[in-house]
Design a protein around this ligand. Sequence first.
Ligand code: SF4
Ligand code: SF4
Length: 115
Amino acid sequence: MRWDTTQILNIKILKKLDDWWEGLCHGCGKCCYEKHFLHNGTLVIDYDRPCRFLDEDTKRCRVYVNRFNACKECKKITLWTALFSPALPPDCGYVQKIRTPFRKPFSYFILKKRF
Ligand code: SF4
Ligand code: SF4
């Protein structure tokens, strides 16, 4: 099968987007531990219970390429999870780069309405 220029361009754009998205993770590994929530909704990460595939020294996943098959708890970070999941810590790269800037205009708007 021969691909035309548009298809090749689309693949390159998608690859760039994917690289950008992956690059938002700064590899802290905090999403690879068991977690629970307090009554007030505060996220608590249990650092005594890492995923069995997490290398705790490097904070890298040992099965990264195959992680969704290897671990049934492992979920892809989507735009939805980046924006709304309570299971991501506040210093997660996705929370800082996607959620915070997205929510800021709304908080400015609410503040403006109040005063
Ligand atoms: S399988 Fe998923 S949860 Fe487990 S270490 Fe790898 S990325 Fe983290
Ligand atoms: S908590 Fe966020 S920044 Fe840290 S490893 Fe998980 S996805 Fe990456």
